[in-house]
Ligand binder design. Structure first.
Ligand code: DGL
Length: 273
């Protein structure tokens, strides 16, 4: 496709607003592209839902973003990446949207952690119980070890901005890694990068923190360089559009904070097909 006909965008999907923190980092690294964000705030959290439900929600989100002319969708939500992305990538998208693609968090994050010998993973209950991180990590780091822990209480604290209240829970959770001698901790959830410093304070010095706001921008750049068939469709007007399935003044405040600047958010109507 010639440059003259470029009109497609990059979509970023999340169960809520945490993905805005990831999008902020991607858009900072690749500012020239046009981005459309969808946060399914009406149905958050995904982390405690069944695989079947998460698949249905992701499918609807993907349909929405493709209808907004996205050629590539980045699923910033780890839970949706872990529970539903493979099926979407293998059967749904190739049939319904040939020539477009959907990427998730598991592959880039495990690639980034594969050079470490002992890795800890913190994520939602659904992400951990899916086993997706363990599976993908083992593929890339056969001799390394991964220790996974579900940390379901963190998202509500972070969303409420209750960082002081979160600290004791985080401390208790991280006890699990005490005797595991990890050399890296993989933050397998959209929200955890937002409180990266809190993790840092509680982890022994020298433990690397892998978070999607630092890993994914670089990986997206590399992906676009490897996939000219997608990159050549993308327009470069530097626009950003933000959609959520439910909106309140509190959510707007949070969205501005996590994206890093004041944004205009529209309400999305999701087609339940
Ligand atoms: N976005 C989810 C994730 O990254 C966290 C919030 C939720 O449970 O929906 O796993």
């Amino acid at each position: 496709m010639g440059g003259k006909y470029r009109r497609m965008k990059i979509g970023v999907f999340d169960s809520g607003l945490g993905g805005l923190f990831t999008l902020g980092a991607i858009a900072k690294a690749l500012p020239e592209y046009d981005y459309v964000y969808l946060g399914d705030t009406k149905r958050l959290p995904y982390g405690s839902r069944s695989q079947e439900t998460i698949y249905q929600f992701l499918k609807e989100g993907v349909n929405f973003l493709f209808a907004k002319d996205c050629a590539l969708i980045i699923v910033a939500c780890n839970t949706a990446s872990a529970e539903a992305l493979r099926k979407i990538q293998q059967s749904y998208v190739p049939k319904k949207y040939p020539g477009r693609n959907v990427l998730g968090m598991i592959v880039p994050m495990t690639e980034a952690s594969a050079s470490f010998a002992r890795v800890g993973l913190v994520a939602t209950s659904a992400t951990v119980s899916s086993g997706a991180y363990d599976r993908e990590f083992k593929k890339r780091a056969k001799k390394s070890k991964i220790f996974s822990l579900a940390t379901p209480l963190l998202v509500p604290f972070i969303e409420q901005g209750e960082i002081a209240l979160m600290r004791p829970a985080l401390k208790e959770y991280l006890e699990y890694f005490k005797n595991k001698r990890i050399d890296a901790l993989l933050l397998g959830c959209t929200h955890y990068g937002i409180v990266k410093k809190e993790f840092q304070k509680l982890l022994p010095k020298g433990v690397a923190i892998l978070s999607q706001d630092t890993v994914v921008p670089k990986k997206t750049k590399e992906y676009l360089a490897r996939h000219p068939e997608i990159a050549s469709q993308l327009s470069k007007k530097g626009t950003r559009a933000f959609y959520v399935t439910d909106i309140t003044p509190e959510l707007t405040k949070l969205a501005n904070k996590w994206f890093g600047k004041s944004i205009k958010i529209k309400r999305a109507t999701i087609d339940k097909k």
